[in-house]
Design a protein around this ligand. Structure first.
Ligand SMILES: [Zn+2]
Ligand SMILES: [Zn+2]
Length: 133
């Protein structure tokens, strides 16, 4: 998963459009909302790097895990080094982008992993199975 894909998943999991986020975040220097929307698109397409202050701004609009963004960026920018120093990617839900430090909360409880890349908030059939058991 790329940092851009991750950020897109988290935005969508929060039920926000790019325009919603563009309207919610503040940038320094000030950018018009339409420029902000364009910038968010560039970040989600991995054309622009999600640098620290961008992540800071986005985290004000929707839930995300900064460590996950950092690790995904490292893996993308320095794949060989990433392997060499034995870093591993965090577990991320492929559907909603949640992770251990940023879980979904369903009925007051954090989601759990129903597969290595899928949380049980995103896999209702498995959830039902758990209820039966
Ligand atoms: Zn999920
Ligand atoms: Zn989840």
């Amino acid at each position: 998963m790329t940092p851009g894909t991750y950020l897109q998943l988290r935005r969508k999991a929060a039920g926000l459009s790019i325009e919603d986020v563009a309207g919610a975040v503040r940038t320094v220097p000030h950018l018009a909302e339409i420029d902000r929307a364009a910038f968010i698109r560039l970040i989600e397409s991995d054309i622009a790097a999600p640098v620290w202050d961008v992540i800071e701004a986005l985290s004000g609009a929707f839930a995300l895990d900064r460590d996950v963004v950092d690790l995904l960026r490292l893996a993308q920018d320095f794949p060989r080094h990433f392997k060499a120093i034995d870093l591993s990617l965090p577990q991320i839900c492929k559907q909603c982008g949640c992770s251990d430090c940023d879980p979904c909360i369903v009925n007051g409880r954090s989601c759990a992993w129903s597969a290595p890349d899928l949380c049980n908030a995103c896999s209702p059939s498995l959830q039902e199975a758990a209820h039966v058991a």
